[in-house]
Ligand binder design. Structure first.
Ligand SMILES: Nc1ncnc2c1ncn2[C@@H]1O[C@H](COP(=O)(O)OP(=O)(O)OP(=O)(O)O)[C@@H](O)[C@H]1O
Ligand SMILES: [Mg+2]
Length: 236
């Protein structure tokens, strides 16, 4: 194994590589696990870090590694932006090291954040700053990708599905669509749906056909699940 060189101010990459191997070998539970990755918390005297590692699928492990390397390059583009965790690079070409963000997921905190809360204006500014660097997140509707820090300030994670603006007209067109996805997601998070939106915010909402379709399918599935569980309760 060849851990990449650590930065002078960042954590020790070789120590992180040992830590991750030991976590995997001992089967320790990760902080979180998504479709393609696990996140472990690594602590050293200098700080606390979130280490995102690919799941290691034997068939498409190379795709996972490609995605995590791409995510690292996106964090590098966003370096220094408030509301985005600092990235300390990749260990062994596949473990992404980020500053650990103390806080809770938006999913847990949303009930106390009404649409007038300054949190949403701060979130809008972060999203616009990310766009200004040529990156669209595209997965902001997933409430776990948004963290609420002390003082109710937002922080965005998970740039695994992010889109980067390229130079050609097709890429620029796709980027504009992805940017609109993020703006729509902001409205959906702020209003917890698409109801009671102020006229000012509604002017920024341009839902795409694919968004409407996926919203409709999710609602139908939710109704179906509810109906099935009621039926099950009645038959007990
Ligand atoms: N820097 C961080 N600080 C604190 N918690 C984090 C950090 N990065 C990620 N997390 C937590 O870990 C969870 C999973 O991380 P992330 O969303 O990046 O991966 P994922 O959803 O598994 O990604 P993918 O969908 O690409 O598999 C997040 O929802 C968040 O709760
Ligand atoms: Mg995620």
């Amino acid at each position: 194994m060849e851990p990449s060189a650590s930065t002078s101010s960042g954590p020790d990459h070789a120590a992180i590589a040992r830590f991750i191997e030991q976590q995997i070998l001992s089967g320790s539970r990760a902080l979180a696990g998504g479709a393609q990755s696990h996140v472990y918390v690594y602590v050293d005297p200098a700080g606390r870090y979130a280490v995102k590692i690919p799941r290691g699928n034997p068939l498409w492990g190379w795709v996972e590694r490609w995605i995590i390397r791409r995510e690292r390059s996106i964090y590098a583009r966003l370096e220094g932006l408030p509301g985005i965790p600092r990235c300390h690079g990749l260990v062994d070409g596949r473990y992404l090291v980020l500053d650990y963000v103390e806080g809770e997921s938006f999913r847990a905190a949303q009930t106390r954040l009404d649409p007038a809360h300054p949190f949403f204006e701060q979130l809008r500014e972060i999203i616009e700053a990310v766009h200004a660097r040529g990156v669209a997140h595209t997965d902001l509707k997933r409430k776990d990708n948004l963290l609420v820090q002390a003082g109710d300030t937002p922080c965005i994670v998970d740039f695994g599905a992010a889109m980067v603006r390229g130079g050609n007209p097709l890429s620029r067109g796709l980027f504009r669509i992805a940017r609109q996805f993020d703006r729509n997601a902001w409205i959906k998070l702020k209003y917890d749906g698409y109801r009671n939106i102020t006229p000012d915010d509604r002017a920024h909402l341009h839902r795409l056909g694919i968004e409407r379709a996926s919203h409709w399918i999710k609602r139908r599935l939710r109704h179906l699940r509810r109906a099935l569980s009621k039926k099950k309760d009645r038959s007990r």
